[in-house]
Design a protein around this ligand. Structure first.
Ligand SMILES: [Zn+2]
Length: 482
């Protein structure tokens, strides 16, 4: 039976509390364990909470809900960057004590041995303030060697955190020695430790569904690590500068480009590594603990800007210059459909009979578009090609490879380049003589409208009569100075 419940101190590990209970109540540790856990043979978990017995659970949760024990007195915040659904499910299972914590949480086992640690100044202050020292969570943050508050080195005990250590709880007041603190200079290690500690201690926004990968991605916007349109990450540059930035940090987190890639694509969420990237990108703690996506992505803003410039009458080359992208990016900005995420659970691909159906259904649409391109409603005639039709219908490049009937329609409109030029020249000449006297029309006028080179113009001569009478054709030919 539980005789007395010690108070939990801020930032204290549940393990520490349990060890104090043992120390204050009974000389037999198995009795203390039996009072609190389901089994007397339980080996207490140093970072999380083993299954409690009914009595202990009832007594403990009278004051504090089970979830708060987990959130504020275990290493649970270490998983704060795990996707929301998984994190919530783990918290719920832990709160009702289902399953094994270590299977619920994706925390990698470290290869290096880890020990219970403490800050000598924290211990000193705790002894003064509370009359005893206790095990603090923040001293167990992986790969962090500095107390962010006291700017001194954390000290290892010789108690290894293995899950195989003795079942007898280690009491902080007994294990923590009064030793001289070893202070560290202000610098990257200290600043990063302060950042990480703050992130760790801040409450977790359990309802926030923003993935940490997409959030970090959004923070690349406007930096040199993302292309003007916001689609291509220059991850190699980012990785190299990142590695250079952290080269003096004693503990390495990310060491491979592929690991960084996985964080940005949402397949990796290690606490230390995410903090490293966020700290490198100057993301504030407030922004990181409750990540929000910008209202409009860089891609959307870019596309809008391109559209505006088009409306103002700029061509793709000038837009490209203005926005710092390639002309083809400017040209395709509002045409490229976003790539769908690959769904590995579905086998993609259109079946043969679907193609046949599509071929039949699209015939009229293709014929209409061919007409439209060919005549262009009296405007400058267009050259009908498979590619032109494809573009006009915004279809993927090779679509007509699968649609033979539609392709046949397009071929009906296709013509040799020279024939097309002839058609264009006649259209142009007829337009010119509507505006000015026949005698005033010259070759240069034709060239300015059609952009045809002189040899192309001449190549069109044999076909002029297909589109106009002999007399007009003759007048056109005579435009060329001898
Ligand atoms: Zn300290």
């Amino acid at each position: 039976m539980i005789a007395y419940l010690p108070n939990l101190y801020p930032d204290e590990l549940f393990y520490s509390w349990m060890a104090r209970y043992y120390c204050h109540t009974t000389p037999v540790y198995a009795n203390a364990i039996g009072d609190i856990f389901e089994k007397r043979t339980t080996r207490p978990d140093m970072e999380f909470i083993n299954h409690l017995n009914k009595n202990a659970r009832e007594l403990l949760t009278r004051k504090i809900p089970m979830e708060n024990f987990i959130l504020f007195h275990t290493m649970f915040p270490y998983t704060r960057f795990v996707p929301q659904a998984r994190k919530s499910a783990a918290l719920q299972s832990m709160a009702v004590q289902e399953g094994d914590v270590h299977n619920l949480l994706p925390i990698s086992k470290s290869k290096e041995p880890r020990y219970l640690r403490y800050c000598p100044v924290c211990a000193l202050e705790d002894r003064e303030k509370y009359g005893e020292a206790f095990w603090r969570r923040t001293a167990l943050l992986r790969k962090m060697d500095v107390c962010a508050v006291h700017r001194c080195k954390l000290k290892n005990t010789n108690i290894e955190i293995t899950g195989k250590q003795s079942a007898r709880p280690y009491i902080a007041e007994v294990e923590i020695k009064n030793i001289e603190p070893e202070f560290v200079k202000d610098g990257l290690e200290l600043q990063f430790a302060q950042y990480m500690t703050e992130v760790f201690q801040r409450p977790i926004e359990m309802d926030n569904t923003t993935g940490i990968g997409e959030f970090l991605n959004s923070k690349l916007e406007g930096t040199k690590y993302l292309s003007a349109r916001g689609k291509a990450r220059n991850i190699t540059l980012l990785f190299n500068e990142f590695m250079d930035f952290y080269k003096d940090l004693p503990n390495q987190g990310l060491t491979k480009l592929s690991q960084m890639q996985k964080i940005f694509t949402g397949y990796r969420w290690d606490f230390y590594e995410v903090c490293q990237i966020a700290f490198f990108l100057n993301i504030s703690v407030d922004a990181l603990i409750n990540p929000q996506m910008p209202e409009k992505s860089q891609t959307e803003l870019f596309n809008e800007r391109v559209e505006q410039l088009y409306v103002q009458g700029l061509g793709c080359h000038r837009i490209a210059k203005k926005l710092g992208c390639s002309p083809s990016t400017a040209k395709n900005a509002n045409r490229v459909k976003p790539k769908a995420e690959h769904d590995y659970s579905v086998r993609k691909g259109i079946k043969r009979k679907d193609w046949e159906k599509m071929d039949e259904e699209m015939k009229q649409q293709v014929r209409d578009i061919c007409e439209q391109i060919y005549y262009n409603q009296g405007g400058r005639p267009g050259h009908v090609t498979v590619n032109a039709v494809c573009r006009a219908l915004r279809l993927p490049d090779k679509r007509f490879d699968y649609l033979p009937k539609c392709r046949k329609i397009i071929y009906e409109y296709e013509e040799k380049k020279e024939i097309y030029w002839a058609r264009e020249v006649v259209w142009c000449y007829q337009g010119l003589i509507k505006k000015k006297e026949e005698e005033e029309v010259c070759w240069r006028n034709i060239r300015n409208v059609t952009n045809l080179r002189k040899d192309n113009f001449m190549a069109s001569f044999p076909y002029l009569e297909k589109f106009t009478d002999m007399e007009t054709a003759g007048k056109i030919k005579s435009l060329l100075p001898i």
